[in-house]
Write a protein that binds this ligand. Structure first.
Ligand SMILES: Nc1nc2c(ncn2[C@@H]2O[C@H](COP(=O)(O)OP(=O)(O)OP(=O)(O)O)[C@@H](O)[C@H]2O)c(=O)[nH]1
Ligand SMILES: [Mg+2]
Length: 245
């Protein structure tokens, strides 16, 4: 099983070496693809230094900050081109624990299409987040799952393992949403394509270094996306009722 970890970075120069160290300990065979958007703090150069010192690390340099969704799309394409069987996505800010990667990989190896590192299943936790952010995330997830009929507790979670086959099937390249919306739309697509999802409990730790890129715009985009997907689902159901299939 070839495991490739896709890590989007913007200003994560302090965090990236620790993340890569952790991955080397937990999943020594995994290859890492860093997608850096010309970070002003020099993350791109840090990544290159790690790549030449350690090997097994590829850095995709993009000219300017272009959003996490497009960073994933590009990273996924590179991972599939590199022959990945399992594609991991995780943040560079140490919110996602490299020690959880083997469990996510094992779930996919057992034939599941997507393993989500989940804060909202028994055993899952969020550490160091202010209460209002936990509430926003919790209710955002209830809203998305309720409106779209997703049997998933943490559809916005960004720590995931996809089977390469599932990624190929679901046409991820046409997902336009960014931020949380990207995770929700990917989850929605996989469920509509009868994909199998398992949630694995994780402890999510708020970033200790670097700046958050969370913004009101990202939250609004995700809320609106749920409405758009809901409307599309309804249209699809009505069409199937009228025309069969
Ligand atoms: N390449 C790229 N990476 C990004 C971009 N925006 C965010 N990232 C990275 O995506 C990951 C998640 O971003 P975060 O800023 O941690 O967003 P978040 O987890 O929603 O919010 P916080 O944890 O509060 O900061 C991190 O590794 C970021 O460096 C972007 O526009 N381009
Ligand atoms: Mg983060």
């Amino acid at each position: 099983m070839r495991v490739v970890v896709v890590v989007p970075t913007f200003n994560e120069a302090d965090n990236l070496p620790k993340l890569i160290d952790g991955l080397r300990d937990s999943v020594p065979e995994a290859e890492v693809i860093v997608v850096d958007d010309n970070s002003p703090d020099g993350t791109g150069e840090v990544a290159e230094e790690l790549a030449s010192r350690l090997g097994g690390v590829t850095v995709l340099h993009r000219p300017s900050k272009s959003g996490i969704g497009s960073a994933y799309r590009q990273g996924f394409a590179a991972a599939l081109a590199a022959g990945a069987d399992v594609v991991i996505q995780m943040d560079a800010d140490l919110s996602h624990e490299p020690g959880d990667v083997p469990a996510l990989v094992a779930i996919v190896e057992h034939g599941v299409d997507l393993a989500i590192g989940s804060r909202y299943v028994p055993g899952g936790r969020t550490v160091n987040w202010p209460t209002n952010r936990i509430r926003l995330s919790r209710w955002g997830n209830r809203y998305a799952a309720g409106a779209l009929g997703l049997a998933v507790n943490d559809a916005t979670g960004g720590f995931r393992a996809y089977s390469a086959d599932a990624l190929r099937r679901m046409d991820y390249a046409s997902v336009v949403a960014e931020g949380y919306g990207f995770q929700v739309e990917m989850t929605h697509r996989l469920i509509r394509a009868d994909g199998r999802i398992v949630e694995y409990p994780i402890t999510f730790v708020d970033r200790r270094a670097g700046e958050s890129k969370m913004s009101g715009g990202i939250v609004r985009e995700a809320l609106l996306l749920v409405v758009q997907l809901w409307v599309a689902d309804r249209r699809g159901r009505r069409h199937r009722r009228r025309h069969g299939g």
